[in-house]
Write a protein that binds this ligand. Structure first.
Ligand SMILES: Nc1ncnc2c1ncn2[C@@H]1O[C@H](COP(=O)(O)OP(=O)(O)OP(=O)(O)O)[C@@H](O)[C@H]1O
Ligand SMILES: [Mg+2]
Length: 479
């Protein structure tokens, strides 16, 4: 007879009882998320013999220090055999818990042949969407097992996956509510409806952590405190554009907010307004095929403020950071279709693009393929300036509010993908001054080319964040 010493908190109980296909248990640090993952895998594997659970962490070191340690401390002795070489626990009923890491997109192909019934990701925001999406395809169960496989993840805010995790789970529906998401298979064109749920976690819900720990977190810088203590997904440690303000998409508006929105003050997102024909226009382009491409249109007001008034983001709607496989010619056509208004009014647009589209080393460059040819319409670009840090400084400078609350870059509220991706960009862990290029940064790159084409004087030098305080080792040490 084996006894399990585990008295789950009410939230952990909810996590174990959830019946959605994909669940994220997320938010504050120390709420008991990893413990819940470890125990959930165990319960499912014990209940259903001969099944396989896979628990992923970004790096093996993190897996060893947190998940494997927790499993060894929590599972009853004698009920499992641990194979240290293979990082697997085989239970007496033939089920196996596989502890796995996947530290880059190329690593995910190691799991091509896996058959997973219970899939877990701990610290989901440390994974790119591609990894989650690919490993998910390994989820399957023979009919004879009579089970419905599922995915369960846990995460704090922040890191490269912050944007897609927030969009997919946290912002998609009221918290705790099970909601539906339709996916269309690219291969079979068949539709399937998945049920998802976000269960927020709070440190204060875990009686097993000491009060000292809460006091420690309370004394931390605001972004870190809000993310780790309150599980706030709007700000996080390592966020690049801390200047970002969006009054329009706030849940609750005060009268002051409404006045500021009307005056286009203290907000980067503004309501669209008719743009005078004589304002200079720019269009900026970042090419992508399997990754999204991004096109942004800007108009410059008399005071020099740039308004991003329209955008076209070539990203699959249900798959963040996944391109729509348009050829350069198709993109050129799409750009011209979206510029009918400007063409009708004889508005000249200055077009800037990622300088790499002019590369002719492998035949016709992308830029050449977008030019008018053989009676077909097209567009011409001039190469943008892709020096990363000066470009980033320009974006910061444009986003910075003047003392009266006016920035030099504002975005019409129809530019949904800019609004979704720019505030979620984290700093790189290797090039600490720069944006992490593993995050969804295509719109940011395109904005950078525009900003470098129309630079503003720098009044303020941005310094990199200090990431020295990292009590939960959320930041990967391998990079
Ligand atoms: N139900 C429980 N019974 C006993 N101990 C628990 C329980 N839940 C969590 N703990 C303990 O509380 C501590 C924090 O839990 P855990 O590491 O799972 O939190 P977390 O939310 O994953 O934290 P982080 O955000 O740092 O990853 C751990 O020492 C864990 O063993
Ligand atoms: Mg954890």
């Amino acid at each position: 007879m084996y006894t399990i010493e585990y008295d789950p908190t009410p939230k952990q109980r909810m996590f174990h009882a959830a019946d959605a296909d994909e669940v994220l248990y997320g938010g504050a640090a120390g709420g008991g998320k990893s413990k819940a993952i470890v125990m959930d895998a165990f319960f499912r594997c014990i209940k259903y013999p001969e099944t396989h659970a896979y628990i992923f962490r970004r790096t093996y070191g993190e897996l060893e220090d947190t998940i494997i340690k927790e499993a060894k401390d929590s599972y009853p002795q004698g009920i499992y055999k641990y194979n240290g070489g293979r990082h697997e626990m085989t239970l007496l009923n033939g089920s196996v818990i596989h502890f796995r890491h996947c530290s880059s997109v190329s690593d995910m192909y190691n799991y091509k042949g896996a058959e997973i019934q219970w899939l877990y990701f701990d610290e989901l925001t440390t994974f790119e969407y591609e990894i989650y999406d690919f490993i998910k395809t390994r989820l399957r169960a023979k009919k004879s097992l009579k089970i419905v496989p599922c995915i369960r993840s846990a995460s704090n805010p922040g890191d490269v996956g912050h944007g897609w995790v927030k969009k997919m789970f946290v912002d998609a529906a009221p918290h705790m509510q099970v909601f539906k998401r339709e996916m269309v298979s690219a291969a079979s064109r068949k539709k399937k409806v998945y049920r998802l749920q976000y269960i927020p976690s709070l440190l204060t819900e875990n009686p097993h952590v000491s009060d000292d720990y809460i006091f420690q977190l309370e004394s931390k810088p605001k972004a870190l405190r809000d993310a780790l203590l309150y599980g706030n997904w709007d700000a996080f440690e390592g966020q690049v554009f801390l200047e970002w303000q969006d009054l329009i998409n706030k849940n609750v508006h005060t009268q002051e907010d409404l006045d500021n929105i009307a005056a286009k003050r203290w907000t980067h997102v503004v309501r669209p307004f008719p743009i005078p024909h004589n304002w200079p226009r720019y269009m900026s382009f970042d090419f992508g095929y399997s990754k999204p491409f991004s096109v942004g249109w800007f108009a410059i007001g008399p005071d020099g403020c740039a308004y991003r008034y329209k955008e076209w983001y070539g990203c699959e709607s249900a798959r963040p950071n996944t391109g729509i496989l348009f050829t350069p010619r198709q993109i050129a056509e799409g750009i011209l279709e979206r510029e009918e208004e400007e063409t009708k009014n004889n508005i000249v647009i200055d077009r800037i693009a990622d300088p790499s589209i002019f590369d002719r080393s492998r035949g016709d460059s992308v830029a050449q393929q977008m030019e008018p040819l053989g009676g077909k319409r097209g567009v011409y670009f001039r190469p943008g300036d892709n020096t990363r840090l000066p470009g980033k400084a320009q974006v910061h400078e444009r986003l910075r509010f003047s003392e009266e609350g006016y920035p030099m870059l504002q975005v019409f509220d129809n530019c949904k993908d800019f609004i979704r991706t720019l505030p979620n960009l984290p700093y790189s862990l290797t090039k600490v001054e720069d944006v992490n290029t593993d995050a969804e940064d295509h719109i940011y790159d395109e904005v950078r080319y525009f900003c470098m084409a129309r630079p503003v004087p720098l009044r303020h030098v941005e310094s990199a964040p200090k990431l020295s305080y990292d009590p939960f080792r959320r930041y990967r040490s391998h990079e």
